[in-house]
Ligand binder design. Structure first.
Ligand code: 13P
Length: 253
């Protein structure tokens, strides 16, 4: 039985005051989300503050990225696995489409980051997903298959995936208000599980595959009701405690 996970990706949002209000709001509703694992992923600069605000709660902390090099060194602007652990992170989002498309992270770099995160004991939330033109050209499985292959074929990649969560985020659905239908999402989730099963059946059965892309309180239950959708990676709606909690409630088993 896969435990549902709902993770809030706050992206580049927040102030010292707003993150406090948001965490306090989420904490207040945690009694209603039994059986659901809940995580929040603030910007790096707020990790310490949010970690303190989460003390003695069941909400896990995650980061939005990490450096692909596992030891301290001359990597200006980067944040290491050890630093994330020191600040109480359990999760780290890897290869979000904004990292891939705005910052040029390629499949090989994403795979390297996934391996480094998993080896450090973090749980990578690895994002995959196609662009609108790729979907319209009928290339969704080809693109997602290529992204998965890079993870599976990297040295240590399969072991890393055994610790990982996958997030299917069709790029055309992110921040657009245009959600994949539950059937469209389910098709790709099933494809991901089948592809992983070709390498490791146990992994395919156990790995959680989240859906991300304009998940809102009004569409969450239908998405999470699909057989291969194990929760969500939530952007915009995770910045509102009430909406985020409503989405978490929709993931209850
Ligand atoms: P939205 O929920 O704002 O569409 O963002 C999804 C996302 O990118 C989560 O990582």
């Amino acid at each position: 039985m896969r435990r549902p996970l709902v993770a809030g990706n706050w992206k580049m949002h927040g102030t010292k005051a707003s993150v406090r209000a948001l965490v306090e709001g989420i904490r207040q509703g945690m009694g209603e989300v039994a059986g659901v694992e809940v995580a929040v992923c603030p910007p790096f600069v707020y990790l310490e503050r949010v970690s303190t605000l989460l003390a003695d709660s069941d909400i896990a902390l995650g980061a939005q990225n990490l450096c692909q090099v596992p030891q301290a060194g001359a990597y200006t602007g980067e944040i290491s696995d050890a630093m994330l652990l020191e600040f109480g992170c359990r999760y780290v989002i890897i290869g979000h489409s904004e990292r891939r498309n705005v910052y040029g992270e390629d499949d090989a770099l994403v795979a390297q980051k996934c391996v480094v995160a998993a080896r450090a004991g973090l749980t990578p939330i690895v994002c995959v997903g196609e662009l609108l033109e790729e979907r319209e050209a009928g290339h969704t499985e080809q693109v997602v298959g290529r992204q998965l292959a890079a993870l599976l074929e990297a040295e240590g990649g399969l072991e890393a995936l055994r610790r990982a969560v996958i997030a299917y985020e069709p790029v055309w659905a992110i921040g657009t208000g245009r959600t994949a239908t539950p059937q469209q999402a389910q098709e790709v989730h099933a494809f991901i599980r089948t592809r992983l099963g070709e390498h490791d059946e146990q992994l395919a059965r156990d790995i959680r595959i989240l859906y991300g892309g304009s998940v809102k309180p009004g569409n969450a239950a239908d998405l999470f009701g699909m057989a291969d959708i194990d929760g969500g990676l939530i952007g915009g709606a995770s910045l509102d405690a009430g909406d985020f909690l409503a989405i978490c409630r929709a993931a209850r088993p």
